[in-house]
Design a protein around this ligand. Structure first.
Ligand code: ADP
Ligand code: MG
Length: 776
């Protein structure tokens, strides 16, 4: 069934040539026990390895069941070793970190035999070789004879047609040797057994046929066989190790080296720890910076007013160093006055502002000077009220001021999101009582950090309070105020002038009247921010817009537009006063100011660019000039933080690379250490890929372990780091490990260590099986 034809295998080492196989031709029967005798170095092992497919011949041919092996691929040899051949070695070559059962099962594991059948066959083999009672021990708990029995069980578990034994009794005492020989003799009744031995007595006692070897040649054959021409009836089952098997093999191996594994994992996790801590810190600092910036921007929005100061005009002011020689005095405008610029806040400018990308400025507040006709029922009777904070008791006779008070100018406009949301209030203000506004008619009461509110704001709302008097939240939340349209509020007198209606109960219930509700009391969130909204009533720009729409075409506005005199007092007035009165009556839709709230300095720069673009190519008079209140605050911190983070990550990255190199070295050592195991796995039919997989699995476990360990340590470190930062800077919770960063770092650690270990793993796979098994 097996035939060697003119097999040659030469070794060239330096100048010497060793003819390990020097034209060997021999044939073996399907079933016989062949013993090979010969002096050391005569080529016995080489022949056995060639027959078993562990080593390749230089020339000649090896025929298996009539099939030439000349064109065998690696995969064919792997399958041949796995399916057809069982190996027994002098030094047993059990894999020490696997159990006896797992050792016996390994060949079947490689060929993918299902677990239950694998177990049954392994048990059968162990019972057959007489180790029934030792099945669940570890190899290290067995005697030499018992270990050799396990090795024999492993060789026959796959029921191979050929059993190859290389000095199987070489390391055993004579009594044990006899037992092993009996066992092998017994096994040879079902298959071809070829055994190398240098014990002629044993050879002659047990073998059916003795071949004597010398200098790579067969000297004598006691029972030669001539193979008939055979038709090729060769079939192979290809082998494949599953990733799971690879993982388990590596895991078991790692388990036997706990101390070293821990040190490896610890050392390679240092890079991960470094990067994780740096990221956690920069995360926290960045958050802090963003918060500070957004608070700064909230109290210092980019503002566009009806008049702006053209700083560029001021710079180019004509300050001269020469004295005038004329004899006159010239009337001139001051530089400051010259810099005064009237902004044309036209409808087209407003629509340009509205097209500002939402991502750059979420909130824009447009303030109009329009007043509101407000009426509130106090103790059963309706009273005229306002949102103003001017003292209602100081009796100014000024007609303009009186009118302002009656129309209810006052209160603060808070910005709403451009899609209608309340992110501004929600971000910077906390509801102390009630709830955030949900519609335009919901108004809020802004109170100071110490819960005080301007007494005039309360008095103007109709609350009869004295200084330092305390009100319950419930007295204020839910307060209803009627907002009356001009046409309901103003009556035309026979004289042609207008005056507020005396029947407030009637106007309060008129059809055009809206009900405003104090939906909540709000207070600024951050201790450090101040003055975003003045204490008192605040309402949204949407409400002003509604008032404007309702009053734009009212009778009093139309009359005031046409008249040269004040339609309320009947007095004459100048153009500026007329505009002021019209504005307060809601007859002027030019905003008094526009506030834009970007949330960071970077976004603010984008907003400013956008505003500058409007002025490009426009005549001086048509330009709109803004005030950048936050412009003086440096935004260097952000960039600096980035730079520091990059440098620190770079350093941590270097340590990551170092640990990767270390993993490579450790894998390489492991490869050297496990050379024998690689040889055994190959003898059992493992493919190159499988060997690579075993080591890749090992580095996968190490890399993943290092990653997880590093993240856990870094996370634990954030606590002392935060404690120190809190005591030094007063900032709490700065270092926060982002879970996404944590996961990515574990992945990086795993991938990098696999990469680092892959080269040695490939080296392991390429190891010559014959040489690997010779290694001690
Ligand atoms: P035996 O098993 O009969 O003692 P071997 O088959 O192991 O002999 O070796 C036969 C000859 O081939 C010896 O001279 C040995 O030194 C040589 N040899 C075996 N393997 C190698 C190798 N990888 N490189 C060089 N020489 C080798
Ligand atoms: Mg030998």
């Amino acid at each position: 069934m097996l035939e060697l034809k003119h097999i040659k295998k030469y070794y060239h080492v330096g100048d010497t040539l060793t003819k390990a196989q020097d034209d060997v031709s021999v044939a073996f029967r399907q079933q016989e026990f062949v013993a090979i005798l010969g002096p050391s170095g005569s080529g016995k092992t080489t022949m056995l390895n060639i027959i078993g497919g562990l080593d390749r011949y230089d020339s000649g041919d090896l025929l298996i069941n009539g099939k030439s092996t000349k064109d065998f691929k690696d995969a064919d040899w792997d399958a041949y070793r796995n399916n057809s051949v069982g190996f027994i070695f002098q030094s047993y070559n059990l894999i020490s970190h696997l159990s006896i059962m797992e050792n016996v099962e390994m060949g079947m594991t490689l060929s993918g035999v299902p677990a239950a059948e694998k177990k049954r066959r392994a048990e059968d083999a162990l019972i057959r070789i007489g180790l029934k009672d030792h099945m669940h021990k570890n190899p290290s708990q067995l005697s030499g004879g018992q270990m050799q029995r396990v090795a024999i069980a492993r060789a026959i578990a796959n029921d191979p047609e050929i059993l190859l034994a290389d000095e199987p009794t070489g390391a055993l005492d004579s009594e044990t040797s006899e037992e092993i020989m009996k066992l092998i003799k017994d096994l040879s009744r079902e298959r071809l057994v070829i055994m190398v031995t240098h014990n002629p007595a044993l050879a002659h006692k047990y073998a059916d046929r003795v071949i004597e070897f010398a200098d790579g040649k067969i000297e004598h054959d006691s029972n030669p066989h001539v193979e008939h021409e055979k038709t090729d009836q060769f079939k192979l089952n290809h082998t494949k190790m599953s990733y799971f098997t690879a993982l388990r093999l590596s895991f078991n191996n790692i388990r036997t080296k706990k101390g070293r594994t821990f040190l490896t994992v610890f050392a390679s996790s240092i890079g991960i720890i470094g990067i994780a801590v740096v990221l956690a810190l920069s995360n926290g600092f960045q958050k802090q910076i963003n918060k500070t910036q957004s608070e700064a921007m909230a109290s210092m929005p980019v503002t566009i007013s009806q008049t702006g100061t053209d700083t560029s005009a001021m710079m180019t002011g004509t300050s001269t160093k020469t004295f005038a020689k004329t004899k006159q005095v010239t009337a001139a405008k001051s530089d400051a006055e010259k810099a005064q610029h009237v902004n044309k806040l036209t409808a087209s400018y407003l629509s340009y502002i509205n097209k500002l990308p939402k991502a750059d400025a979420k909130n824009i507040a447009v303030t109009y000077g329009t007043g509101m006709n407000l009426v509130r029922k106090v103790d059963g009777t309706y009273k005229s009220v306002s949102f103003s904070t001017t003292n209602p008791d100081s009796k100014t006779i000024n007609a303009q001021a009186m009118m302002a008070a009656s129309t209810g100018i006052g209160g603060t406009v808070y910005p709403i999101d451009r899609d209608g949301g309340q992110s501004f209030l929600k971000t910077y203000y906390k509801v102390i009582a009630g709830k955030y506004p949900t519609q335009a008619t919901d108004i809020v009461l802004v109170i100071n950090k110490d819960n005080t509110v301007d007494i005039n704001a309360l008095k103007n709302l109709g609350f009869d309070v004295s200084e330092n008097q305390k009100l319950d939240f419930s007295d204020l939340v839910g307060t209803k105020i009627q907002l009356v349209a001009n046409d309901d509020y103003y009556q035309k007198l026979p004289t042609g002038t207008y005056m507020p209606s005396q029947d407030l109960a009637k106007v309060a219930t008129a059809s055009g009247t809206k009900t405003l509700t104090i939906s909540g009391i709000i207070r600024v969130r951050s201790k450090n921010s101040d003055g975003l909204l003045a204490s008192g009533i605040a309402y949204s720009a949407a409400l002003t817009k509604q008032v404007l729409n309702a009053n734009a075409d009212s009778a009093i506005v139309t009359a005031q537009k046409a008249a040269a005199t004040n339609v309320i007092t009947g007095q004459s007035m100048d153009a500026a006063t007329k505009t002021a009165i019209l504005t307060s009556l809601g007859g002027n839709d030019t905003p008094t100011s526009i506030q834009i709230y970007p949330t960071s300095f970077k976004l603010k720069d984008k907003v400013l660019d956008y505003l500058d673009k409007y002025n490009k190519g426009k005549a001086k008079a048509d330009r709109v000039i803004y005030t950048d209140l936050a412009g003086t605050v440096s935004d260097m911190t952000g960039g600096l933080m980035d730079a520091i983070t990059y440098v620190l990550v770079a350093f941590a990255g270097i340590s990551l690379v170092t640990s990767m190199i270390m993993i490579a070295i450790i894998t390489y050592t492991s490869v050297l250490e496990r050379t024998k195991e690689i040889g055994v796995l190959k003898a059992l039919g493992a493919r190159k890929k499988d060997i690579t997989r075993v080591f890749d699995a090992e580095t996968l476990i190490l890399g993943f372990g290092a990653g997880v360990f590093g993240i856990v340590v870094a996370w634990a470190l954030t606590f002392p780091i935060n404690a120190v930062l809190l005591s030094v800077t007063g900032l709490s919770g700065v270092a926060v490990l982002n879970p996404v960063h944590a996961i990515v770092l574990v992945l990086i650690s795993t991938v990098l260590t696999i990469l680092g270990g892959h080269v040695p793993a490939r080296m392991a796979a390429k190891k010559d099986a014959a040489i690997a098994l010779r290694a001690e």
